[in-house]
Design a binder for this molecule. Structure first.
Ligand code: KIV
Length: 267
């Protein structure tokens, strides 16, 4: 693994050389430092923090201040990984000027090297404005969680021809608008393959199959720290929820029984 900082150029180089891009979400210093050390290429400070950290039912209610706060914690832990801040609902949809101002805050205050914006063809004007301001943009199409109330549920997208055409057109338009990569969320893997093969920029899949140029998952999902529901595409690499419960349970018992603290743990 090269120790060099991952940048938008690294993303393009990895696409060309067909090296898969490994992305994870993180929201705090400690977790981000571990990911940076082991060589995770890019850390997304996702607005999923609203669900997995703050316990909300959707990503909609998180604001700029909280997103900047978590981005600062993550970026101060990382030397190599590229940090991408997720633009929260209503921080970019309202106008190009507001989008540029808020995207800029992720770089100026958060220490990120790019931002992620949800949406396809309807968001091109905004994406172009942000890119032209010198801010790298990661696009995001398919199941875009900020539009949950438009979709009605967290369901697979790109199943009918009309939606497939929209996603293919959106991916090309996002590349033309200057995005350095695009997240493809919850779409059939053959559609993700078509999109990935048609673009010069890398696609980062989440529930989009193995033909994407990279993969992203939510860290709490892979660690077994979010148990409200488990989408089909999540692979659980640990059961930390259970481990935390066991440890806290043992502590509780030890305090109640007087077994903690011992002589060695006392002054
Ligand atoms: O907020 C998030 O974590 C995301 C990823 C799941 C792509 O948008």
């Amino acid at each position: 693994m090269s120790k060099e900082k991952v940048t938008v150029k690294t993303f393009l180089r990895m696409k060309k050389s067909q090296e898969k891009i490994a992305v994870l979400t993180a929201y705090d210093f400690f977790t981000a430092r571990i990911m940076d050390k082991i060589g995770i290429d890019c850390i997304l400070v996702g607005d999923s923090v609203n669900m997995v950290f703050y316990g909300a039912k959707t990503t909609l209610s998180i604001g700029m201040e909280q997103m900047i706060y978590h981005t600062q914690a993550v970026s101060s832990a990382c030397e190599r990984a590229m940090i991408v801040g997720d633009m929260p609902f209503l921080s970019y949809q309202t106008s190009e000027a507001e989008a540029i101002r808020n995207a800029g805050r992720f770089l100026k205050e958060g220490g990120a090297q790019g931002v992620k914006i949800e949406g396809g063809t309807e968001m091109i004007r905004i994406v172009e404005g942000v890119v032209q301001a010198g801010i790298p943009v990661m696009g995001h199409i398919g199941l875009t969680p900020q539009s949950i109330h438009k979709f009605g549920s967290f369901s697979v997208q790109g199943k009918d021809q009309k939606n497939k055409d929209y996603l293919i057109k959106s991916a090309q338009a996002l590349e033309d608008a200057g995005c350095f990569s695009i997240v493809l969320e919850a779409i059939p893997s053959d559609l993700a393959k078509t999109i990935s093969q048609s673009l010069k920029i890398p696609t980062i899949g989440i529930g989009a199959g193995k033909f994407c140029d990279g993969q992203v998952l939510v860290v709490n999902d892979i660690l077994g720290l979010f148990e409200d529901f488990k989408p089909k595409f999540v692979r659980r690499y640990a059961n930390l929820g259970e481990e935390i419960q066991k440890a806290c349970q043992k502590y509780l018992e030890d305090v109640k029984s007087g077994e903690f603290p011992s002589e060695e743990e006392s002054y």
